[in-house]
Design a protein around this ligand. Structure first.
Ligand SMILES: C[S@@+](CC[C@H](N)C(=O)[O-])C[C@H]1O[C@@H](n2cnc3c(N)ncnc32)[C@H](O)[C@@H]1O
Length: 260
């Protein structure tokens, strides 16, 4: 089997996983739907601060899932488009847009094909929270982002730090930080028994892929909090930021890059 066929099989497997797991997560109450419906944003405070003013700008959200963050950017005044490989996830995004009376275009496609499918460029390209592990090729991802950005465009990523993935659920180190082979898994709280492939990327892989695509990296910030309850011993600071009381480890990071 050639590399392209392997990649197609990986994407198709992951698409099926998300078509199964997103409805389960939505039913389970994994998302702050009530507060969003009450008009609140699901973005962390630092995200609008770090991205800058988006009012009147076109913003593309890659791997938007149920559209909560996409529509939160609409509340900040952006003209938003979200793409995702999972049609089931986008069904929720469209429903949330309709019931919240917010405008947003939601298109089913692979990140790697987004430029060809959308055939336009954006002032801001945004992606966040659990996106990179689903992508086997970061150079192709960075090139796709470069093709989607307008002149003077801004790319912004807020993502789980790769370091915690070295540890298992008991906080024991179980895998190499440098293992970058896609691994097939079928155990999971959501989508259990549904195969999916994930790839561990180091922080330097992410930065180098974006820099090599021609983007100019403005900053990388590492944060000592996660956006989910990864380990039993973590504490919520009240704002959905989960910290480790006994250790300051980098648990998430943000990165901003521009075309100029
Ligand atoms: C963890 S979610 C994204 C974060 C979202 N904010 C959330 O909390 O659920 C990952 C998303 O990536 C999408 N995805 C995975 N591989 C993709 C690809 N190659 N192209 C586009 N979307 C992809 C999945 O369908 C899923 O909706």
């Amino acid at each position: 089997m050639d590399v392209d066929e392997d990649a197609e099989r990986l994407f198709e497997t992951n698409r099926r996983y998300w078509d199964v797991s997103t409805p389960q997560k939505m039913e389970h109450g994994s998302y702050p739907l009530e507060s969003f419906r009450d008009g609140e944003s699901t973005l962390f405070e630092h995200e609008p601060e770090e991205v800058g003013d988006v009012a009147g700008k076109s913003l593309l959200h890659l791997q938007c899932n149920n559209g909560l963050e996409t529509l939160s950017w609409a509340r900040e005044g952006a003209d938003v488009t979200g793409i995702d490989i999972s049609g089931e996830s986008l069904r929720y995004a469209r429903e949330l847009a309709g019931e919240s009376d917010l405008d947003g275009a939601f298109v089913q496609c692979n990140v790697y094909d987004a430029s060809a499918v959308l055939d336009r460029r954006f002032d801001v390209v945004y992606t966040s929270r659990g996106v990179l592990a689903w992508l086997p090729d970061l150079d192709g991802w960075a090139a796709a982002i470069e093709r989607l950005l307008a002149d003077d465009g801004t790319f912004y990523l807020f993502e789980g730090h790769p370091l915690p993935r070295v540890f298992d659920e008991d906080f024991e180190p179980v895998r190499s930080y440098f293992d970058d082979e896609p691994s097939k898994r079928d155990e999971s709280g959501f989508g259990a028994d549904t195969d999916h492939y994930r790839t561990l990327h180091t922080l330097s892989d992410v930065v180098t892929a974006l820099a090599s695509s021609g983007l100019r990296i403005e900053f990388v910030h590492e944060f000592p909090f996660d956006y989910w309850h990864r380990w039993e011993r973590m504490e919520d600071d009240g704002g959905g930021r989960w910290t480790l009381p006994e250790a300051d480890l980098p648990l998430t990071f943000s990165l901003r890059a521009t075309t100029s």
